[in-house]
Design a protein around this ligand. Structure first.
Ligand code: PLP
Length: 442
């Protein structure tokens, strides 16, 4: 039997609260079925990735066609498959700002590892051998490989392994509900956050810092939406020190915020953008780093001095994954998925506000596009800190709904093709789950 990520190994527990894993056997649009035949509306989009829903026939056919034509060819040493090149061209056309080229990998974490290596390589190309530090945010999530896990600002990813690696440091989380805000106005809060970043860079030594990585909206850390003034100010600081800005759009890319990329939504100017999840709507493992023109020009010009970019994966640019991703992107464009999200997001927010807004146990309801969250008051009803999310999530399972829990927060991230009616149904089930959880603790 397998053992699974981010789960206590003994006993092998949530979300089903039994010693058996919860085994899903089939999916259709927004619904999945477990092996006992029970169905669940998936308000988590898999893990914020099955953006086009389950069993999308065009994606299935794209995989079949490519399997039959060319199931694999490696992209090492100046060889590649035509379909990987075509996908890079598709991405260049969609890119939120002119990007130089695209590097393919298989997962979000691999894309982020690749982005760090690109940043290190870039600085080496410029003779800056001391630039190794990567700054990330507390509660940011960038994956669990050794490097991406080091950049992830969450203790559960570090604790068992002695991470982070020495060259990874974190800066304060831009959480408008966090302790750093302390009654400050939004502007003063941004000043404080930016001041922290500046002091950290001074402390590390500006000549030692290679890159700063951030999610436009922090997802796995509990859906944290930074104040609008935050990233523009961060970018100024980074530019002043020639620290590369890596924007992790693994979750936000391809429509989740109501724009094709959150980079556009928030007016960002990243040097590197990492993508995964929605790139293939999770039908095949594929990720990408889009490399900005300035970085690309530098590493292209100088690589003869430093040596080949000695990095890559057997499955970089995998033809079947690339073909599926091309089809997924075609659907996102043809069906104007970002436009649908923009139009339908108010339904999600209104439904959540109606269901939870006036509740004494609820701290706040927030959202952006098809990323929404309800945070419960820590300790309300006598529950231990951080337990509200798990309680509501397991009640939701009983009610036929999958949501995600992070401490006292429940995250609702429906597939991007969900209709307003389907979203109201999801929120209705979530409200029932919450009422059941409340009744259970009284
Ligand atoms: N970056 C973000 C923002 C994520 O949410 C995730 C996964 O949830 C990752 C990176 C890592 O992706 P993967 O699990 O494919 O390595």
């Amino acid at each position: 039997m397998a053992f699974h990520p981010t789960t206590l190994l003994e006993p092998h527990t949530p979300p089903a609260l039994t010693t058996e894993p919860h085994v899903i056997v089939r999916g259709e649009r927004l619904t999945v079925w477990d092996r006992e035949g029970r169905s669940y509306l998936d308000a988590t989009s898999g893990m914020l990735c099955t953006n086009l829903g389950y069993s999308q026939p065009r994606l299935v056919r794209a995989a079949e066609r490519q399997m039959a034509r060319l199931p694999f060819f490696a992209s090492f040493a100046h060889r590649t498959a035509d379909v990987a090149l075509a996908l890079a061209d598709d991405l260049a056309r969609l890119a939120p700002l002119p990007m130089g080229r695209t590097f393919f990998a298989n997962s979000g974490a691999e894309a982020n590892d690749s982005a760090f290596k690109l940043a290190w390589y870039y600085h080496r190309c410029l003779g800056r051998y001391g630039r190794s530090t990567v700054i990330s945010q507390e509660r940011g999530y960038h994956g669990t490989t050794v490097a991406a896990g080091s950049a992830t600002g969450l203790d559960f990813v570090h604790r068992g392994f002695g991470l982070p690696l020495p060259s990874f440091v974190t800066v304060a989380c831009p959480d408008p509900h966090g302790p750093l805000r302390e009654g400050l106005s939004e502007d003063r809060f941004v000043d404080r956050l930016v001041g922290r970043l500046e002091r950290l860079i001074e402390h590390e030594g500006p000549d030692t810092v290679a890159a700063f990585i951030a999610e436009p909206i922090l997802g796995a850390g509990g859906l944290i939406i930074p104040p609008p003034g935050y990233y523009p100010r961060v970018q100024e600081v980074l530019a002043r020190h020639d620290i590369l800005f890596v924007v992790d759009e693994v979750v936000t890319g391809f429509g989740r915020t109501g724009s094709m990329f959150a980079t556009t939504e928030f007016g960002l100017a990243p040097d590197l953008i990492t993508l995964a999840k929605g790139l293939s709507s999770a039908y095949a493992p594929i990720s990408a780093v889009m490399v900005g023109q300035r970085v690309m020009d530098t590493i292209a010009d100088r690589s003869p001095d430093v040596g080949a970019f000695g990095h890559g994966f057997t499955y970089s640019g995998h033809p079947v994954a690339a073909a599926v991703a091309r089809e997924a992107l075609a659907i996102v464009v043809e069906e104007d998925v970002p436009g649908h999200v923009r139009e339908t997001a108010p339904t999600l927010m209104t439904a959540l506000a109606d269901a939870f807004g006036g509740e004494a146990c609820v701290r706040d309801v927030r959202g952006y596009g098809f990323l929404a969250a309800v945070t419960f008051v820590t300790g309300a009803g006598g529950l231990p800190e951080g337990e509200w999310g798990a309680r509501v999530m397991s009640e939701a399972v009983e009610h036929g709904l999958l949501v995600r829990a992070v401490g006292d927060t429940v995250i609702v991230a429906p597939p991007l093709v969900s209709t307003g009616e389907e979203i109201r149904t999801m929120v209705g089930l979530l409200e029932k789950a919450y009422r059941a959880a409340l009744a259970g603790i009284r």
